[in-house]
Design a protein around this ligand. Structure first.
Ligand SMILES: [Ca+2]
Length: 279
């Protein structure tokens, strides 16, 4: 794989702060399996992502991004992760798409981690002024075989406009949208229509930040298959929670909405329509 030897953006600015990773599963409610793990940066003593990110500057952000990718792939390989691996990335931390991806490809090659199992979650902490730059990154990543996920969808800069622009393979619906969705008609409607939107566009929808049984049931009725959140498993420090240790929902039934189980109260007409439409 060709590299741009003249690009010194990350080579010249070493990221000397030690980092490690925690891994949180994305679960497939339909098949009761782990679909992927998201790698989340941590300090060496388990310090949170914010602690680490506070040490990232405009000078070392390229090196930081490289260090995170390499660490995530090496650790995932060492832990025997055999499903998908999601890596967060900051578009503004990519200087040149091919030069910046060279070390990622080398890490995957060294560890034997298949490139097709990598998904890059686009994190936008600031509005991206140079959309052409992001387009160039996306073209290169797709050519290599990576998938692109739009992270935190529905909050901050992760908007419908960005969805339309990026045409991601995966959309991660932010917890800010889904929290307490079991108690809120507006949130339920947004979820139902996001499910429909993603299905029509053949985009995988993952709901983030699922924390309660009631939320899971509501999400399943809406047709959500992939979820991530504290309810199922917290991020595990330098470890990958096995499928046996996932806290599966007691009420939800694999492969169909909880509402379809025998003995459950009848759905309202509106909800029943939604349920059958997603089935
Ligand atoms: Ca993420």
């Amino acid at each position: 794989m060709a590299t741009n030897a003249s690009c010194g953006a990350c080579r010249d600015a070493k990221f000397s702060i030690p980092i490690t990773m925690a891994f949180q599963p994305v679960v497939d409610l339909k098949e009761r399996r782990i679909d992927a793990y998201e790698a989340l940066v941590r300090g060496p003593n388990g310090e949170g992502a914010l602690h680490v990110l506070a040490q990232v500057t405009s000078e070392n952000r390229y090196a930081f991004d490289q260090a995170c990718r390499i660490k995530a792939i090496e650790m995932a390989s060492g832990l025997g992760i055999s499903c998908g691996l999601n890596i967060n990335f900051l578009p503004n931390a990519v200087y040149d798409p091919m030069a910046c991806i060279a070390q990622t490809l080398a890490a995957a090659g060294r560890t034997g981690f298949p490139l097709s199992r990598l998904t890059f979650e686009i994190v936008e902490q600031e509005d991206l002024a140079d959309i052409d730059h992001l387009r160039r990154i996306m073209v290169e990543y797709r050519r290599i075989g990576f998938k692109i996920a739009l992270d935190d969808f529905g909050s901050g800069f992760s908007s419908l406009a960005r969805f339309a622009e990026l045409k991601p393979e995966v959309v991660k619906l932010d917890r800010a949208v889904v929290q307490n969705c079991d108690q809120d008609e507006t949130r339920r409607a947004i979820i139902v229509h996001t499910v429909r939107l993603c299905r029509d566009l053949n985009v995988k929808l993952v709901v983030e930040g699922v924390e309660t049984e009631a939320e899971i049931i509501t999400l399943q009725i809406a047709g959500v298959r992939y979820m991530q959140g504290f309810y199922f498993a917290r991020p595990a420090f330098e470890a990958a929670v096995s499928v046996e240790n996932i806290h599966w929902s007691r009420s939800a039934v694999a492969g169909r909405p909880a509402s379809a189980r025998p003995g459950k109260p009848r759905l309202t007409k509106a909800r029943a329509t939604v349920s059958s439409a997603q089935g």
